[in-house]
Design a protein. Structure first.
Length: 228
């Protein structure tokens, strides 16, 4: 892994713990950090160029996501993400699927216009522009969840929102898959605009489970001894 570079969002520097979280998350997803390997805090902190306080905060968040687990000898070890992360995607599909159903019932005309604008912009953004596409992706899901008017759905979404594709995650999928995700956003937006909660629910779940399947394909081991 390389030392962290300063990452800004909306013109403001990203907190050190979140930068570390994003960096380690991608290292685990890309299998730079192998399953079951023990994480040495002092080594990680030195590698990332941060203190142990933000590192521990990042590790605690990764544990919530199921990407690391508490080691018997203390500290953390990398989880076998084929199980825990995919369970988290199932949870996200359930939460956002129901959220899309509620949004179809409660969304305002202004929010529909924002959703449509988001899809239009996403369709015109170059596939090479990972940062913009990631931002538009997050915004799409945020608009739908906000339209539910449900504090519990919004709270649940916020707890798992880091599973939404970031700009780093965009490198995990082919251009064909990325185009398909944008088309699926268009279909979901149409179902919500037509106030069809059943279809919106079904399309959202299918959309998110497709992302899970792509991750599963990426992490199917070919050698049990190495985890590759």
């Amino acid at each position: 892994m390389q030392p962290l570079h300063e990452i800004s969002a909306n013109g403001r520097p990203e907190p050190a713990w979140r930068s570390a979280y994003r960096h380690l998350r991608m290292a685990i997803i890309n299998r730079e950090l192998a399953p079951r390997i023990r994480l040495i805090e002092t080594d990680l902190a030195q590698t990332l160029g941060i203190s142990r306080t933000p590192l521990r905060e990042a590790l605690a968040r990764l544990e919530v996501d199921g990407l690391v687990t508490t080691a018997k000898s203390g500290g953390y070890a990398v989880s076998d993400m084929r199980e825990d992360l995919f369970d988290a995607y199932d949870l996200r599909a359930a939460i956002e699927g129901y959220g899309a159903r509620l949004a179809a019932e409660r969304i305002t005309d202004e929010e529909i216009a924002r959703l449509r604008e988001n899809v239009t912009i996403s369709q015109s953004v170059a596939l090479s522009d990972r940062s913009t596409r990631a931002r538009m992706n997050i915004e799409f899901h945020e608009i739908i969840v906000a339209a539910t008017r449900s504090p519990k759905i919004i709270h649940a979404f916020n707890n798992i929102r880091d599973l939404i594709l970031t700009d780093e995650d965009m490198t995990l999928h082919s251009e064909e898959a990325q185009r398909r995700f944008i088309r699926e956003h268009d279909f979901i937006a149409s179902a919500i605009e037509m106030r069809d909660g059943d279809v919106a629910d079904r399309l959202m779940r299918k959309h998110l489970l497709s992302a899970r399947e792509l991750l599963m394909q990426r992490h199917t081991p070919t050698d049990a001894s190495t985890g590759e």
